[in-house]
Design a protein around this ligand. Structure first.
Ligand SMILES: Nc1ncnc2c1ncn2[C@@H]1O[C@H](COP(=O)(O)OP(=O)(O)OP(=O)(O)O)[C@@H](O)[C@H]1O
Ligand SMILES: [Zn+2]
Length: 839
């Protein structure tokens, strides 16, 4: 073992040894210190991926978060085994950002790293075995059994075997027992082989061998030689036609895609001969997965309002870091963003535009691509892992100075952001609920932007109340766009009372008379209709008309949703599926009926009510494929569909000129949601769907079906009186201690044993109660859904005072309490989930 002295000083030059704190993908809330071996010292720094030994058996890959000269106190640092990169794939600003996120959202920095890196950059390691060089069959005190012998013999000829190889070799399902025995007998050694998961896309290309490029005479005589071989001649002529090296010999370097020859119907065997004879050569080129797109300078003339808003924004940015752009639906916010993005790019900064869900905003992306072309990277979940790595690397190399993306794009390796825009900033899809980090991308983006000393613009027609509150408190700047672009009018609302129509027997297949009339009118005029219902499947549930039995998920505390198309009932929480029973399992009655409305059922009803109309549906079930959304929206945009039924997916940012009627089938579902933000969400959702109607010359109509037409939310939505609604709602929130007046933290304890889950929740609650800061604590009680995937859930809610350092103290204590709980044998198997800002 090395002496302490030898640990600090390496070799004879007396220089201090360097250490690296490495972020590892393990659920332990800290970084781990390793020694940087002299041989690697020049090749590493913050942001490099390294391999290290973790524990006694495992080899893990992590990222260096810090380099320093302090050896760890509690343990002796092991050396870094290897460095995987020749440049830092993560920059110091990102590490700062990760650290902030772990701190704020009370999670581990390793979890943040996991969320941040595209999986193509994460390394997978695979366990392999090799012969232990010190092992000798003759002298070993432990005899091997037959199966162990087979493995050892195989290792004598092959230097390594994977677990899978061994399983195949012996024809067994699980090899672990045998491997363990071989390790104990010291016959083999297990090691991890790291595989880099990203594979660049390569293209086969053809070009002339250099002598023919340099020497024109050689080329001419070559054609002479080939005059009796027309097929080979054809190939060369095709090449020269596409790559005129006579005019510019440099062109040969890039050559021609091999596929071109095949596409032209030329002989592939002649091509092979030319390569064999040293005339042409084949080589591989790494190419981008993204098509080259040229921006065109299509000039849009901004309206007076838009210009005015831009001036105000620029003025306000002189004083404020964050500005809220409150522009009504259809007011033309996109063009305002474009102008600001152009200016930021011209000044040499990077720009990030966040959208709630790219797949749904294909329209905006298409518009932006026209302006910014290949400067713009697009980053979202429907991209493959390899495509994501290319965007990541493109940001590092400078290829993409502007990125449009969903919430995970805040993790891209930007180093000089100048502007961050968050479009539809009120959208709940910016919040990541599971797994940790449970962050809100808008809030995190503001922090990111601050770290870069950049500006943030939040845009929405229906701002979140937090952002509006911050604007009214003058913490944010505030700019409005109060008119629709091109003088389009806001739509008219018609409230249609479901109960009245029911009584008068005017309700047909869940559609009220007014709703049916308005749809018919639109169809007669060759206009389009959007129908909104935030529930997919056929019906929320099935019920027995005789005994009231309702089928429930075996693993979760929820009823199963009926999907008629596949004739099954599914759990939307865990994916559990079951065929619909023929008779009620409780009472044997055959009267099982579907209750409630899902998008599938609405689609069916519409086809019965309007047999001539072309109807499409857009929800999670119809958009699972990569281009699912795009296809439906393109079809709708091209006028191939008259009525589009959908969930909240159809509310976001859609801009279609022929939509004149929007129908909301069951507004009460939106109104009565058990959450302190129910009112705010209802106002936002109704205004947003409605905002899809009448975005051009013709005024739109919004038909809202409800059992409560005099609910106060409707009144405010119709008057488009955002401010008044906000003021009323805020009075309530202040009275009952809800955000933005307090900070909310939700803690849930999950366990498969009901009693243990409950006990842990109580224990945690009591410990937190002791923390000496101003707060209110609720619970612990059974979660709104008491069981998910066989885990019972108990929740506590903490309302923290926002002033002073209550938050910091509380989070610090919380961390200690969690550690003590994990150290407690009784609660070790309980999953405790901390959710900061759980909304
Ligand atoms: N200066 C302009 N010149 C021509 N067309 C414009 C201009 N500004 C906006 N438009 C058009 O007006 C329509 C509405 O604009 P946009 O989609 O940007 O609205 P928005 O503010 O994002 O609305 P929402 O919040 O409803 O998504 C679009 O069709 C857009 O192309
Ligand atoms: Zn379930």
């Amino acid at each position: 073992m090395e002496s302490l002295f030898g640990d600090l000083f390496d070799g004879t030059d007396g220089k201090t040894v360097k250490f690296a704190d490495v972020i590892l993908p393990v659920p332990i809330p800290k970084m781990f210190t390793y020694k940087i071996p002299k041989s690697l010292e020049d090749g590493v720094g913050i942001g490099f991926r390294v391999m290290v030994q973790f524990g006694s058996k495992k080899v893990l890959t992590g990222i260096i978060g810090k380099v320093h000269q302090k050896p760890p106190k509690e343990y002796e640092a092991k050396p870094i085994l290897d460095v995987l990169d020749s440049y830092a794939i993560v920059n110091p600003l990102q590490i700062k950002f990760w650290a902030w996120m772990a701190e704020y959202y009370c999670c581990h920095i390793g979890e943040v790293m996991n969320a941040a890196l595209p999986s193509g950059l994460k390394l997978s390691s695979e366990s392999k075995i090799q012969l232990n060089p010190t092992y000798d069959t003759q002298t070993s005190p432990y005899p091997l059994d037959d199966r162990e012998d087979v493995i050892l013999q195989a290792l004598a000829t092959k230097s390594e075997l994977s677990y899978e190889d061994c399983e195949q070799l012996l024809g067994v399902k699980s090899i672990h027992g045998i491997i363990k025995s071989l390790i104990i007998k010291e016959a083999i050694i297990v090691f991890e082989q790291v595989k880099d998961k990203y594979t660049p896309k390569v293209e086969s290309r053809i070009r002339f061998c250099q002598p023919y490029v340099e020497d024109r005479k050689a080329l001419e005589s070559l054609f002479g030689d080939l005059s009796s071989k027309p097929k080979q001649e054809e190939i060369l002529l095709k090449y020269l036609q596409e790559v005129p090296i006579y005019q510019n010999s440099d062109l040969n370097t890039r050559g021609l895609e091999k596929k071109v020859f095949a596409d032209a119907g030329l002989s592939m065997s002649s091509l092979k001969t030319l390569i064999k004879n040293g005339v042409l050569e084949e080589y591989k080129l790494i190419i981008s997965r993204f098509e080259e797109i040229k921006g065109n300078d299509e000039t849009v003339v901004l309206s007076e309002e838009q210009n005015h808003a831009i001036e105000q924004i620029k003025g306000s940015f002189l004083e404020k870091q964050v500005i809220l752009l409150h522009g009504i639906t259809g007011s033309g916010k996109t063009e305002v963003y474009i102008k600001l993005i152009e200016e930021a790019l011209e000044s040499g900064s990077q720009v990030l535009l966040l959208l709630p869900e790219i797949a749904l905003t294909t329209q905006i992306v298409a518009r932006l691509q026209k302006v910014f072309g290949s400067k713009m990277g697009v980053y979202h979940s429907k991209h493959s892992d390899n495509e994501r790595v290319e965007v990541w690397n493109g940001v590092i190399s400078g290829k993409f100075s502007f990125v449009v993306g969903v919430r995970s794009s805040i993790f891209l390796p930007f180093d000089s952001l100048g502007l961050v825009i968050v479009d539809e900033e009120h959208e709940s899809s910016y919040k990541q609920f599971d797994p940790a980090p449970r962050f809100h991308a808008r809030d995190a983006a503001i922090m990111l932007s601050w770290l870069h000393q950049a500006k943030t613009l939040l845009g929405s027609a229906t701002p979140s109340f937090e952002s509006y509150y911050n604007a009214r408190q003058k913490k944010y700047g505030y700019v409005q766009l109060n008119k629709r672009f091109g003088d389009a009018a806001l739509p008219e609302y018609l409230l249609s009372d479901i109960l009245v129509d029911k009584k008068k027997q005017l309700l047909k297949l869940d559609f009220t008379r007014i709703m049916r009339e308005k749809i018919q009118e639109a169809l007669n005029n060759q206009e389009q209709v959007l129908i909104f219902q935030n529930r997919r499947g056929y019906a929320p549930y099935i019920s027995c008309e005789d005994c009231g039995w309702i089928p429930e998920c075996e693993h979760c505390d929820v009823s199963l949703t009926y999907h008629q198309y596949s004739e099954e009932m599914r759990c939307h929480y865990c994916g559990f599926k079951e065929k619909v029973p023929k008779v009620c399992p409780a009472c044997g009655s055959g009267k099982l009926a579907a209750v409630g409305l899902g998008t599938e059922r609405i689609e069916e009803s519409l086809s019965l009510l309007f047999p001539k109309a072309r109807i499409a549906r857009m929800d999670l079930d119809t958009t699972r494929s990569k281009y699912g959304y795009q296809r439906i929206l393109e079809d709708f945009g091209a006028g191939n569909v008259d009525i589009l039924v959908g969930t909240q997916m159809i509310t976001k940012g859609l801009d279609f000129d022929k939509v004149t009627v929007v129908g909301i089938l069951d507004a009460d579902r939106i109104l009565y949601f058990p959450d302190f933000r129910a009112g705010e969400r209802a106002f936002q959702q109704i205004t947003q769907v409605a905002g899809r109607a009448g975005r051009r010359e013709k005024k739109g109509v919004v038909v809202v079906q409800t059992r409560k037409p005099d609910h106060f939310v409707f009144d405010q939505v119709i008057k488009a009186d955002y401010k008044n609604f906000y003021v009323q709602d805020m009075t309530e929130r202040q009275k009952f201690f809800y955000p933005p007046f307090v900070k909310l933290i939700k803690l849930s304890s999950r366990h498969k044993d009901y009693k243990i889950a409950e006990k842990a929740a109580r224990h945690l609650h009591n410990l937190l109660h002791e923390v000496q800061v101003k707060k209110i604590m609720l619970g612990p009680e059974k979660g709104l859904i008491g069981k998910i995937k066989n885990q019972y859930i108990f929740e506590s809610l903490v309302k923290l005072d926002k002033s002073g350092n209550a938050q910091a103290i509380f989070k610090q204590e919380l961390r200690k309490i969690l550690e003590s709980m994990y150290a407690n044998k009784e609660f070790r198997s309980v999953r405790i989930i901390v959710d900061v800002d759980p909304y």
